[in-house]
Design a protein around this ligand. Structure first.
Ligand code: ZN
Length: 297
């Protein structure tokens, strides 16, 4: 959840992780980092939300159409690099996994909506959203709103946001999946979280990689985005959590999870996060979990 995840980690007793320098952050802004979408794609109209170029792009199914839409949200991007450690930047790895996941889901007949397809924000961020050290609290809020609005406008059946973890102790690692337990569809959230978590862990195991299974946890237990008083009071992840007037006016309307398959601060896991083979393994694990969920298995 943008900088919020860093605070989330801090709230769980984890230390903040330095992003990249502000100079490189600002250099990336407004330089058209987003790739051109494929011809069989279209930008989703999101009423009331100003989107960055190529943000919220829908990709048609390539296999027999299952009539279902998966919203894939690679965390961070643009002025918000996310966590960075061991020469791996969170925004880059989440995008690679998200795009690989989208490719696989489309081949299986799903419509896929990607929140972003390049190194960019999802919202069209005003100057006030970008500070000397990257995205501001205002920017994080706008990003979360835009990512939820995209999922809702896309009428997605399921929401999967991809992030990576970080912690001050480099020996700490593992995969975890976060869900919300107070939404009307909380039981579906939990089911999705368990399926995705199990599939991702199995995918790592099949490769012989030792990634601890940290299990599923609620977005309240995971810690709170404590960047602002309002975020602290809300106490959940905006993208998954319930409505709260003035803070989350339009919550996501479908079962969803935030997956954090690896810790970038653990060198062995950072290597997996940066490697195409590792990214493919994560995408395959996510695909299997999502498909089990959507097929009612
Ligand atoms: Zn993150």
């Amino acid at each position: 959840m943008g900088v919020a995840i860093v605070k989330l980690e801090a709230a769980s007793g984890r230390g903040p992780v330095a992003g990249r320098g502000s100079a490189s952050l600002l250099a990336g802004v407004g330089q058209g980092g987003a790739k051109s979408p494929a011809p069989d794609s279209e930008q989703v109209a999101v009423p009331g939300t100003a989107l960055a170029a190529h943000a919220c792009t829908a990709f048609a199914p390539l296999g027999p159409d299952r009539g279902q839409t998966v919203y894939v949200d690679p965390g961070h991007g643009g002025p918000d690099p996310g966590a960075g450690a061991n020469s791996v930047q969170e925004e880059t790895a989440t995008l690679a996994v998200g795009q690989e996941l989208a490719k696989r889901l489309r081949a299986d007949g799903y419509r896929v909506v990607l929140s972003r397809v390049g190194d960019s924000s999802v919202a069209a961020l005003p100057a006030s959203a970008i500070g000397d050290s990257g995205i501001t609290i205002t920017g994080v809020h706008l990003e979360n709103q835009a990512r939820m609005a995209c999922a809702n406008a896309a009428a997605a059946d399921v929401l999967v946001a991809i992030h990576f973890n970080a912690f001050e102790d480099p020996s700490v690692g593992g995969a975890e999946t976060i869900y919300d337990d107070v939404r009307p569809f909380a039981d579906r959230n939990l089911k999705l979280a368990k399926l995705v978590q199990a599939s991702v862990v199995a995918s790592f195991s099949a490769k012989g990689w030792q990634v601890p299974d940290r299990g599923v946890q609620t977005d309240a237990a995971a810690g709170t985005p404590a960047l602002s008083g309002a975020g602290q009071a809300y106490g959940r992840l905006m993208e998954l959590g319930p409505a709260q007037q003035g803070f989350v006016d339009h919550p996501s309307q479908m079962p969803g999870v935030v997956v954090e398959p690896l810790f970038l601060t653990r060198p062995a896991e950072a290597a997996v996060a940066a490697d195409p083979t590792g990214q493919a393994a994560m995408a395959e694990g996510l695909r299997q979990g999502i498909e089990k969920f959507l097929s009612g298995a």
